[in-house]
Design a protein around this ligand. Structure first.
Ligand code: BV8
Length: 264
């Protein structure tokens, strides 16, 4: 992996296909805490208690408080230039762009991204832990220990609990999401395939394995991160710094920087 100190750019040429993977680092400059930093989410909340199904079953009120606190905080946060740049690049590339995010904060959508796979779910969706009622939009905050029940199947007498539509550790990701990402990568490999990971520690699978899939398909592999993560050696180019500063300078169109506003 070369440590590329010039400000290299990814030229958005007519044959460029771009798959972007983002993690919590992309939202850090918007005020959303990351997970594994010294003041990260997992420092104050044991993962097994708040981000696993057994944890939810043991104490659903604690889990709802954890996600409700994150909902309340995220409502006050806005996209930063990193989010805005990725939305601008999508407008430029159209169906030659796909954003796979591990983030659940919704800031990519707020920035205008549409071609997006929320691999780990969304803070803004709730589903029943029992019946197959589809996930529904929900911004409610259950901070006082209440646990919401399903109004569809809960009437059968069993306490059917609602849960955040989040992929917890030990839970499978949505196979349709994974298939969409894989299909995109396969198609992209017939053009100039570029894979960019931004703001992720590269420790959580299967997201952390995407760089291997892309490299096997011949992609140029780029990483933009505040510090070298565990899987840094898997990338050909590593740009160290803040994503909100790197991304607006990273893409060029016809030789000119795209910036974060991009073309309307
Ligand atoms: C699954 C809930 C099948 C959502 C999350 C052993 C080996 C390999 C895998 C496993 C294993 N044992 C178990 C597994 C599977 C497990 C896993 O990968 N565990 C890891 C920890 C070893 N994966 C799963 O369970 C997945 N399911 O595989 O099912 C299975 C099941 C059981 C056993 C085997 C297989 C489910 C994964 C989803 C889990 N849910 N969270 C939520 O509450 O948000 S994951 C959680 O971590 C978040 O979703 C988060 O997105 C994700 C990754 O973290 P990052 O986004 O990378 O954030 P982090 O804080 O770590 O890093 C931020 C980075 O940004 C840092 O590097 C920092 O330097 C940088 N940064 C900071 N500021 C900036 C910046 N960069 C740029 N600019 C800045 N300004």
């Amino acid at each position: 992996m070369e440590r590329d100190q010039r400000s290299p750019v990814i030229a958005l040429t007519d044959d460029t296909w771009l798959l972007v993977l983002t993690g919590a680092g992309v939202s850090a400059e918007s005020g959303i805490p990351t997970f594994r930093a010294s003041d990260g989410l997992w420092e104050n909340h044991p993962v097994d208690k708040v981000a696993t199904l057994p944890g939810f079953r043991a104490d659903p009120a604690l889990v709802w408080r954890f996600y409700s606190e994150r909902r309340a905080h995220a409502k006050r946060c806005s996209p930063n230039p990193g989010h805005l740049t990725l939305a601008a690049v999508e407008r430029q590339l159209g169906d030659r762009f796909l954003l796979a995010t591990q983030n659940v904060d919704g800031l990519h959508r707020k920035a205008g991204s549409q071609r997006i796979v929320e691999m780990h779910g969304s803070l803004w969706l709730t589903r029943c832990s029992d019946c197959n009622r589809p996930p529904f939009a929900d911004e409610a905050e259950y901070l006082d220990g209440t646990v919401p029940g399903c109004k569809v199947c809960g009437t059968s007498g069993r306490p059917a609990l609602l849960r955040p539509h989040i992929v917890w550790f030990g839970e499978m990701l949505d196979p349709d999401d994974l298939q969409r990402i894989d299909d995109f990568a396969q198609t992209a490999s017939r053009g100039r395939f570029v894979f960019l990971a931004v703001g992720t520690s590269g420790v959580v699978y299967p997201a952390a394995g995407l760089v291997r899939v892309a490299a096997r398909l011949g992609a140029e592999t780029w990483l933009a991160n505040a510090e070298p993560p565990e899987n840094a050696s898997l990338f050909r180019s590593f740009l160290q710094g803040k994503s909100g500063e790197i991304l607006p300078r990273l893409f060029s169109l016809d030789g000119n920087p795209l910036g974060c506003a991009g073309l309307p």
